[in-house]
Write a protein that binds this ligand. Sequence first.
Ligand SMILES: O=C(O)CCC(=O)C(=O)O
Ligand SMILES: [Fe+2]
Length: 186
Amino acid sequence: MHSYSVLVSELEKMVKRMVFESYGVEKYYDSFMESTNYLLRIMKYRGPETEDKTNVGARDHTDKTFMTILHQNQVNGLELKTKDGHWISFDPSPSSFVVLAGDALLAWSNNRVHSPNHRVIMSGKEERYSLGLFAFQKEMIHVPQELVDDQHPLQFKPFDNYGLLGFYYTEVGSRTECSAKAYCGV
Ligand SMILES: O=C(O)CCC(=O)C(=O)O
Ligand SMILES: [Fe+2]
């Protein structure tokens, strides 16, 4: 378990570096990484009672993380919503990892990186297992000044990633369409 989380956190670091480099803000990468916290969770989803039905394994949501990395057994079920509102399912190979942007990345990037809605819908008899590596930031997140200009005015105030998570679990937070905008939007 420990070596799995070390390996997947290496993948998370690599993807994050690519994101920082692609926006030309790699000078913030090292200090950003020092403040990253990981949570590894194992999820088990049962199939529906009868085979003609489907079961909602996880309701439609966006993650409150900065980034999430998912890995599953051979049973599919994860669906992602495209920006134009279509749900898509997919068939990852056994060695595939799914990298999802969370709401903290959406806010950090000043709304450039979309954090997609996703859900788990179960069909068939087999159980689905997935492993999720959830990356959060411990320290306040600021939109890099390089990502703010006349065409891209600042959209998010500095915010606390765990505060965003806590807000999502409140009555109001659970009902808002974009928790990042409601929590720390300008
Ligand atoms: O099991 C999965 O593939 C997705 C789980 C998920 O979306 C979550 O725990 O936030
Ligand atoms: Fe999720």
